[in-house]
Design a binder for this molecule. Structure first.
Ligand SMILES: NC(=O)c1ccc[n+]([C@@H]2O[C@H](COP(=O)([O-])OP(=O)(O)OC[C@H]3O[C@@H](n4cnc5c(N)ncnc54)[C@H](O)[C@@H]3O)[C@@H](O)[C@H]2O)c1
Length: 253
């Protein structure tokens, strides 16, 4: 897929990895819609990139449907979905006061897994209406997992389950959508310098990076963006989860 003249939706696009990808997409001549929480910097980001901001809370599943409809109407069509909205909690399977509360587990699954599937299914339905390019492609979906999908640390059980679900969906969704020329990939980052982690010093994060091969630093949002754009432009990339992790394998803690 070529970026120029194409339209994209960035969910979580006001910050971090989706923001960097939106910047790269706009720079290459694509049109962007930024979807993020109302309190985010989405409006300023969209203005800077010549796009439009659509406030949304992705855990409001019905509300998300209406917001996506408005975003796709404004864009005219959608070729690319990059979805990073997500997050986790720290809670072990059992604690001193009892078992892991189910509502906390459910919230993490809702925010990461159910919202990702909700957005993917709704956007894919619209992508399927695009005219295919010469390779038969109609669209690309990139969802965001984590290396915790594969090596969750102590206290990450809900997050690992949610991100594992996102990784597992890639191949099945790619198979579901292959007939209409839509590709699906997930990216699984290690620790990246975004949002909450942006202000952390090298000393603060050193213990979290000790198991990386090289480089022993946090990832930078543009590194995610480069990978996302490479996926978009490379038709053979489909149905998998790509780690972007400096060879890191999380230890139990
Ligand atoms: N940064 C890391 O170290 C790291 C590592 C692995 C995976 N991830 C995953 O990357 C994603 C976060 O991306 P980032 O690191 O660029 O963080 P970020 O905080 O810079 O950006 C995430 C954006 O998502 C938005 N968002 C959060 N909840 C939302 C909701 N309910 N509805 C709409 N928007 C919402 C936030 O407002 C924010 O702008 C998450 O899925 C996270 O699990 C991050």
């Amino acid at each position: 897929m070529q970026v120029e003249g194409h339209n994209a939706i960035f969910v979580g696009g006001a910050s971090g990895m989706a923001l960097a990808t939106a910047e790269a997409f706009a720079e290459k001549g694509g049109k962007v819609a930024i979807l993020d929480l109302p309190k985010s910097d989405g409006a300023a980001v969209a203005e800077r990139l010549g796009g439009t901001f659509f406030p949304v809370d992705v855990t409001d599943f019905e509300g998300t449907e209406a917001v996506l409809k408005a975003a796709i109407e404004a864009l005219g069509s959608v070729h690319f979905l990059c979805n990073t909205a997500g997050g986790g909690i720290q809670q072990r399977t059992i604690g001193k006061d009892g078992p892991h509360p189910l509502d906390g587990f459910q919230k993490v699954i809702d925010l990461n897994l159910i919202a990702t599937f909700n957005i993917s299914r709704l956007v894919a339905f619209e992508m399927a209406k695009n005219e295919p390019n010469e390779d038969g492609e109609r669209g690309v979906i990139i969802n965001t997992a984590s290396i915790a999908a594969f090596e969750g640390q102590i206290g990450q059980v809900a997050y690992s389950a949610a991100k594992g679900g996102i990784a597992a969906m890639s191949l099945t969704m790619a198979r579901d959508l292959g007939g209409v020329g839509i590709r699906v990939m997930a990216i699984a980052p290690s620790l990246f310098s975004t949002g909450l982690t942006k202000g952390a010093t090298d000393e603060m994060v050193a213990p979290l990076l000790k198991d990386a091969a090289f480089p022993k630093r946090m990832g930078r949002p543009y590194e995610y963006a480069r990978m996302a754009i490479a996926i978009y432009e490379t038709a053979m990339m489909n149905g998998g989860t790509l780690r972007i992790d400096a060879g890191q394998r999380f230890a139990p803690r």
